[in-house]
Design a protein around this ligand. Structure first.
Ligand code: NAD
Length: 416
């Protein structure tokens, strides 16, 4: 038997929800098919005068509810199946969060650590120029993802604006503040995860997160802000954190601010003062809430049986394989799916886009209040669907999202 691709796995979970809501076959085909799939091969002049050809992608899954939206990642493992799956998930993420976008994703197969700053700039500008045939502030709005950042978004903005003849703030999000970025964007995904973790604690464990034990895998943008906010604002007890250098455990609670500052200075948790454990051990800790916030496929058939957390809040994209998902469900572990838990990032990206279009910028407090409301509403909608259909949270969240996109598609009708 051939191994299921990432997209086939995601489609299987989509179909479970589509079956439950008795989605007709035409609509099912429309919603499980990508609108555009662009693959490009482009040359970049290297510093030593040689030329290398790179492969990049931009996929747009669905635009029934608004422009396409999704990050761009630079990674040696980037491939069409991954970009296809992530753009598919973006459609459901935007829909469940109530953000008027469809799903997109892009990427370049490259290890950016092996490029100089000038090579990285030429690669970024050429990639963006080549995908510009399907990009625009009303068509498709990229953002940072793995190994891309505000610096690269600035080059994207400039490349597009140079050709347009004027500065186009709405072309990308995740920009630096000085170039039309939004206050609260760096913390947005972690803050959204924290809001959802607290809602999940109230709903599944009967009480707020205060004093409850939490383990977080991954201490990058998402993991570190999640730890900081859960510790400082929700009073959770963070007993373990980790990054690529391993896990760090303290049964009395890790001081998240201290760990956050440590990583800001040292770039990783290596040498952090806590009991050293492995990333595998972290995932298997007996905690109230487990938050995988590193990369995809952290929980698989290999370790699903050993997971002891009561609730899993998926902060990374695709941290649980579909097979592991079934095992966890059968064990009664409650999972809040990635496209609901980590929707805070795209929600504040949407706020950034709106601010850019109007050239009117909000206070941090306004951003946080609007995010809080959006995340709580998204969680409430999924819970309602879960109870109505007596299903798991992933399927329920899919149903909420599919309902919104299917309704938009029906209202618009099939052109011509
Ligand atoms: P990041 O690169 O800032 O951080 C990744 C972290 O994971 C680092 O601490 C790294 O050391 C750690 N890590 C990598 N491999 C690991 C391993 N095998 N075991 C343990 N830790 C490991 O990335 P990020 O922006 O925090 O994104 C994390 C995840 O969240 C990704 O799946 C990303 O797609 C998703 N996500 C990010 C955002 C966002 O706004 N940044 C939004 C939505 C979803």
């Amino acid at each position: 038997m051939t191994k299921e691709s990432l997209f086939e796995g995601a489609l299987r979970q989509f179909n479970k929800a589509a079956d439950l809501m008795k989605l007709d076959s035409g609509m099912r085909e429309v919603l499980s098919t990508h609108k555009r799939e662009l693959t490009i091969h482009f040359p970049v002049k290297m510093d030593d005068g040689s030329v290398r050809v790179f492969t990049g992608y931009r996929f747009q899954h669905n635009i029934a509810r608004g422009p396409a939206k999704g990050g761009v990642r630079y990674h040696p493992n980037v491939n069409a199946d991954e970009i296809k799956t992530l753009s598919f998930l973006m459609t459901w993420k935007c829909a469940v969060a109530g953000v008027p976008y469809g799903g997109a994703k892009g990427g370049v197969k490259v290890d950016p650590a092996k490029l100089s700053e000038t090579e990285l700039e030429r690669l970024s500008r050429r990639y963006f120029s080549d995908i510009s045939i399907i990009i625009g502030p009303a068509e498709d709005i990229p953002a940072p993802d793995v190994n891309t950042n505000g610096r690269i978004m600035s080059w994207f903005l400039d490349t597009y604006s140079m050709n347009a003849g004027h500065s186009t703030l709405g072309i990308v999000t995740g920009k630096p503040l000085e170039l039309g970025g939004s206050l609260g964007r760096p913390e947005a995904t972690g803050r959204g995860v924290s809001i959802i973790a607290n809602e999940a604690s109230k709903y599944f464990l009967g009480d707020e997160l205060k004093g409850k034990t939490v383990a977080i895998q991954g201490f990058g943008n998402v993991g570190s802000y999640t730890a900081l906010i859960l510790d400082q604002e929700y009073g959770a007890k963070i007993v373990a954190i980790s990054d690529i250098t391993g896990g760090y455990y303290n049964p009395d609670g890790i001081n998240a601010k201290e760990a956050f500052d440590y990583v800001t200075i040292n770039k990783s948790l290596k040498g952090y003062n806590a009991q050293k454990i492995t990333n595998e051990e972290l995932l298997e800790l007996d905690v109230d809430v487990l938050i995988p916030a590193a990369l995809e496929r952290a929980i698989t058939v290999e370790n699903a049986d050993k997971i002891r957390a009561k609730v899993i809040v998926e902060a990374a994209n695709g941290p649980t394989t579909p097979e592991a998902d079934e095992i966890l469900n059968s064990k009664g572990i409650k999972i809040v799916p990635d496209f609901l838990s980590n929707a805070g990032g795209v929600t504040v990206s949407y706020f950034e886009w709106v601010q850019g279009l109007y050239s009117y910028f909000w206070d941090l407090d306004d951003v946080r209040k609007a995010l809080d409301k959006a995340m709580k509403n998204a969680f409430k909608d999924s819970v309602k669907m879960r109870e109505e259909h007596k299903t798991d949270m992933r399927t329920a969240s899919y149903m909420v999202a599919i309902n919104k996109v299917a309704t938009a598609t029906r209202l618009r009708g099939i052109f011509p």
